[in-house]
Design a protein around this ligand. Structure first.
Ligand code: GRF
Length: 205
């Protein structure tokens, strides 16, 4: 039987998307393995969650920038991911832009989930942007990561309605329910195509 798709997860927050991915793995619905979880935030819930599953959890202090890592620090993250044998880098609420060291090291192998129907509303609090723009629908998008802000090629989307009386919190919660279905489903697709996303690895390495 084929071995599991090895994931490296990067997050800055509570980690509900990582929880959904991990649940799909534990339930046998996703043939993958989270090898390492890395956060720029020392007390991020996602690190505790990883530890509770016995998964290596590492805080990497981000350095002097607010929206990205210093190149040397991003290189350290790359080494952690490589040493863990990661094949697919999964951004799950990671609040920093990915730059050249990682984009080069994992070209075409970094994905993100964003809480809007991209290309609409990239950037922060996208659900609030949708609400304020008077949209009737919102949703989430899984996309490849490139050097821009939420601008990489779209892989899959899931739509939810915006209902009368929605507050930003209510809408974000509805979008997150959709995220928790969509992200494991997309990663399942990568696991099924594992040998083609990862041609430089031996089939059962
Ligand atoms: C999600 O809404 C995701 O779309 C965005 O950040 C949030 C992370 O939430 N990129 P969680 O930490 O997975 O709960």
């Amino acid at each position: 039987m084929k071995s599991k798709l090895r994931l490296g997860v990067l997050g800055s927050g509570k980690g509900s998307n990582f929880r959904a991915i991990q649940e799909a793995i534990v339930d046998g619905e996703l043939r993958a393995e989270a090898r390492i979880v890395i956060s720029d935030v020392e007390n991020a819930g996602i690190l505790d969650l990883a530890r509770s599953h016995g998964i290596k959890a590492v805080h990497v202090p981000p350095g002097k920038f607010k929206t990205k890592l210093e190149p040397e620090i991003e290189e350290q993250v790359v080494q952690l991911l490589k040493n863990a044998g990661v094949e697919l880098v999964v951004l799950a609420g990671y609040m920093r832009m990915i730059k050249q060291p990682m984009l080069d090291a994992f070209a075409g192998k970094i994905i993100n989930i964003h809480p809007s129907l991209l290309p609409k509303f990239p950037g922060i609090a996208a659900w609030k942007q949708a609400l304020e723009a008077g949209e009737t629908a919102a949703g989430c998008t899984v996309h490849y990561v490139d050097a821009g802000m939420d601008s990489g090629k779209i892989i899959a989307q899931s739509e939810v309605p915006i209902l009368a009386g929605d507050t930003p919190e209510i809408l974000h919660a509805r979008i997150q329910v959709a995220e928790h279905e969509l992200y494991p489903e997309v990663i399942r697709g990568f696991a099924a195509r594992r040998s083609s996303i990862n041609q430089d690895l031996k089939p059962d390495a």
